[in-house]
Design a protein around this ligand. Sequence first.
Ligand code: AMP
Length: 139
Amino acid sequence: MSTIFSKIVEGEIPARVVYEDETTMAFLDANPLAPGHTLVIPKDEYERLNDVPDDLVTNLYATIHRMVPAVEEAVDADATTVAFNNGEAAGQEVPHVHCHIVPRFEGDGGGPIHGVVGDLPELSDDELDEIAGKIESRA
Ligand code: AMP
């Protein structure tokens, strides 16, 4: 399987590449949510964030860390929303891990990441304790 992002890495389809190193790449999103909307990917194809091998995680984060201020400064953004749609149920359409860096501007009419879910869950203290315990035991 070769994703559309792998085709960009291979130079088979065009993209506005704004950064590239041995293991990662950043390019403008073809359907930007804001001017400067940038995607950061590992060059190798991994579907979800947790599929990225340990030795590439640091590089991927380093590129995100590098690109956030580059994007903000380039378009004079007040802030950025930095996020992964991690899995189909979360809205991931391209099965190749990618970090969205979306420039944000005062009064742009957008919302915080808290807007991604519909109904908020009502959780008791016992339920919260149980969930926290399950996560902790797997971390
Ligand atoms: P997601 O829903 O998180 O999988 O987002 C996929 C993103 O990839 C969308 O924002 C698309 O606009 C973007 N996209 C799809 N094809 C291309 C392409 N050829 N070049 C740049 N961005 C693309």
